[in-house]
Design a protein around this ligand. Structure first.
Ligand code: ZN
Length: 407
């Protein structure tokens, strides 16, 4: 049983932060407080009257370890119903071994709103930029126009390590001038969520982590845009092997409440459409940040898969040589042919490779033939495949051993 109790707000005068905190009593990790914190000027934005965020935060560990959840307080009736009937089943559809668990609560309640903002997360990636451009720069309706930007530390910077926390702060400091430039509040929210999570849940539980962040701020949020990566066309034609993204989209819609509407945005565009559109918006090529490389700085490493696919896309669009401040263009040019070969071989199965390939053909950008790509890449592919198989075996063994935690 996971027990969640004593929801409260705390002031940390030394660091000038405000937190909402719950006590977590569980067997799979060290029991103790779970907290979400913001700079004190945003302290009133924290939702301290319902347990919604904490229920969603504990859902994945509960399902993984087959532990029911007991909450000593109230949650949204709508969210509770969705968690009971749909969210868990959606998670089970693509992650093997998750259990359906019972959640008991004292009752139902909605947070008392203190504002009516429209929020979105902002990381300066292409998806986040496209949502920002469409729903702020081009949006005229104040009920749908973004009025606050958020930046969460709930796993996406590399789990819950000190290194991840440093990266979170470094990235926030890098992006703050953009928020100031466009005149919007930009709220950094730190947490110790990963004290209760395994490292790889950054991916497995990603949508629940993000939703936890949104629910922390539902006291001030009427709507929250989730910048989705795939287009409707790609969802229909190319996501057969990517159930995670489809179920993420389903769950995003299920994780709102009576007073917080979640809107999945960006699905009308492919990645190349978003990039072409954003080239009209000068800050895009000043702040674009896509890197998932293992670097603590905010620089795009120019070697990770996200950097490479973005650089190829910019090259196809004839923009790469203007991006010397964002990427190491010369470094990419040395591996460009190899990456083009990889792109050719992955078209038809990888959504981003396919998008880049189709655009290249459309714009007469030179790409190698499939035969040339195969001849060039086959020795490297063999090594990569063997590495992938070994990694998958190790991952499965680790998951099995993690399930036998001491009771
Ligand atoms: Zn990178």
């Amino acid at each position: 049983m996971i027990r969640v109790s004593n929801l409260r707000k705390e002031q940390l005068s030394a660091s000038r932060e405000t937190r909402i905190v719950c006590d977590i009593d569980c067997g799979f990790a060290q029991s103790g407080p779970l907290w979400f914190s913001v700079p004190e000027q945003f302290g009133d934005w924290l939702t301290d009257d319902v347990y919604d965020a904490f229920m969603i935060a504990m859902l994945f560990p509960a399902m993984y370890y087959n532990e029911d959840i007991e909450i000593d307080g109230c949650v949204s009736e709508k969210l509770y119903d969705n968690v009971t009937h749909y969210v868990q089943q959606c998670e089970q559809a693509y992650i093997d071994g998750l259990h359906e668990v019972h959640v008991t609560v004292r009752g139902f309640a909605n947070t008392a709103k203190v504002d009516h903002l429209v929020g979105t997360g902002f990381s300066a990636g292409i998806d986040a930029f496209a949502t920002f451009y469409d729903r702020f720069v081009k949006e005229a309706n104040p009920n749908y126009r973004i009025s606050a930007l958020f930046f969460f530390n709930v796993g996406s910077h590399g789990g819950g390590t000190d290194k991840a926390r440093r990266k979170f702060h470094t990235r926030y400091d890098y992006l703050l001038p953009f928020a100031q430039e466009v005149g919007l509040p930009f709220v950094p929210m730190d947490s110790n969520l990963f004290d209760f999570y395994l490292f790889e849940w950054e991916y497995d539980a990603g949508v629940l982590c993000r939703s936890t962040g949104m629910l922390v701020f539902q006291k001030v949020l009427d709507k929250y845009y989730v910048a989705y990566d795939y287009s409707y066309w790609e969802i229909v034609h190319m996501t057969a092997a990517d159930y995670a993204s489809i179920t993420d989209m389903c769950n995003d819609y299920l994780l709102g409440t009576e007073t917080l509407e979640v809107i999945v945005d960006g699905t009308r565009y492919r990645r190349s459409d978003k990039t072409r559109m954003l080239l009209e918006y000068p800050p895009f090529l000043r702040y674009l940040n896509v890197c998932v490389g293992d670097v603590e700085t905010v620089n795009n490493c120019s070697l990770c898969h996200k950097c490479k696919r973005t650089m190829l896309l910019l090259d196809i669009l004839g923009q790469l040589d203007k991006c010397g401040d964002l990427f190491n263009v010369e470094k990419f040019k040395k591996i460009r042919f190899k990456y083009k070969c990889q792109t050719v071989l992955q078209r038809g199965t990888d959504i981003y490779a396919h998008d880049n390939y189709v655009l290249a053909k459309k714009l007469n950008y030179p790409m190698p033939s499939r035969l040339v790509a195969w001849l060039y890449s086959s020795p490297q592919l063999l090594v990569a495949t063997l590495k992938k198989i070994a990694k998958s075996i190790l991952y499965r063994q680790r998951r099995q051993s993690d399930r036998h935690y001491p009771t």
